[in-house]
Design a protein. Structure first.
Length: 256
């Protein structure tokens, strides 16, 4: 498939034996793969992927490619150092290795840790950015992360841990807040936002499985978020947007 597409002036890069490409697969919709990621899928002997990478994307691999799921939802979850070591072992044995992650590999994806481990072993690597859930996934819910009349900056934050980010500073410093890995803690995060001075009625959107056929969007407010999450029980993966950009969904919802 990739062969029928040509770069303006040069051939597609070659995934050489003994090297690793670290690629983002986007949030789910196969159409959000980059051409570089498709080129990688066309060449890899082995694909080390996360649970978040959609089956339809893995189906684009060469039929002979070995697929290794190291994702947390794939039963046994591998530690980061196990994954680093696996990539090193596969590359050292002469494989053409594709490390495929959901979204963008450098956005809450630990891609930089894996690339550093490869650097330390003199293993050649390439980074293939992807469409991150916090931008492209929200676009599939009709939410723009910037809008000229609303915000001049946007904060991307992990909601995995309630202690590490300074939630009060985030509440005060950003009009639009995009939270990854925040579903479990969202009730408490909303409470911290209100305590830090955000309006109780401020809109919140919880977008699950963005860009896939299973996409759902729960619209709520900071004061109602905890109750609505209990009632509707949205499922991970979910990306959450806090701020008035959520109201634009009234006009910008397009994906059904
Ligand atoms: N590298 C990824 C993020 C990995 S962290 C990226 O750039 O998108 C995992 C978190 O990403 C999930 O907990 C969720 O918050 C978000 N996420 C990834 N894919 C998603 C999807 N299709 N829909 C909603 N959220 C998603």
């Amino acid at each position: 498939m990739i062969d029928s597409l040509s770069f303006p002036s040069r051939p597609w890069p070659t995934l050489d034996a003994g090297s690793v490409w670290l690629a983002g697969a986007g949030p789910g919709d196969v159409g959000l793969l980059t051409l570089h990621a498709l080129n990688a899928l066309n060449q890899a002997d082995v694909i080390v992927h996360d649970a978040l990478v959609h089956a339809e994307i893995l189906a684009l691999a060469q039929p002979t490619a070995e697929l290794i799921n190291v994702g947390k939802r794939g039963g046994q979850s591998a530690t980061q150092s196990d994954i680093n070591q696996l990539l090193i072992t596969l590359a050292t044995s002469g494989k053409r290795v594709l490390r495929l992650k959901g979204g963008d590999p450098f956005v809450f994806g630990r891609g930089s840790e894996e690339a550093s481990a490869l650097f330390d072993q003199n293993i050649p690597f390439r980074i293939i950015p992807g469409i991150s859930a916090g931008i492209g996934g929200l676009a599939y819910a009709g939410i723009p992360v910037t809008h000229r009349d609303i915000n001049h900056s946007v904060t991307f934050v992990t909601g995995h841990d309630l202690k590490t980010p300074d939630w009060a500073a985030i509440a005060k410093g950003a009009v639009i807040i995009v939270i990854y890995m925040g579903l479990r803690n969202m009730g408490e995060i909303a409470r911290l936002m209100i305590t830090a001075g955000r309006d109780m009625d401020e809109p919140v959107a919880i977008v699950c499985a963005a860009s896939t056929h299973e996409q759902t969007v729960l619209e709520t407010t900071l004061s109602e978020a905890a109750n609505d999450i209990k009632r509707a029980n949205p499922k991970a993966p979910a990306v959450i947007c806090i701020g008035p950009a959520v109201e634009l969904r009234a006009k910008l919802t397009w994906f059904k």
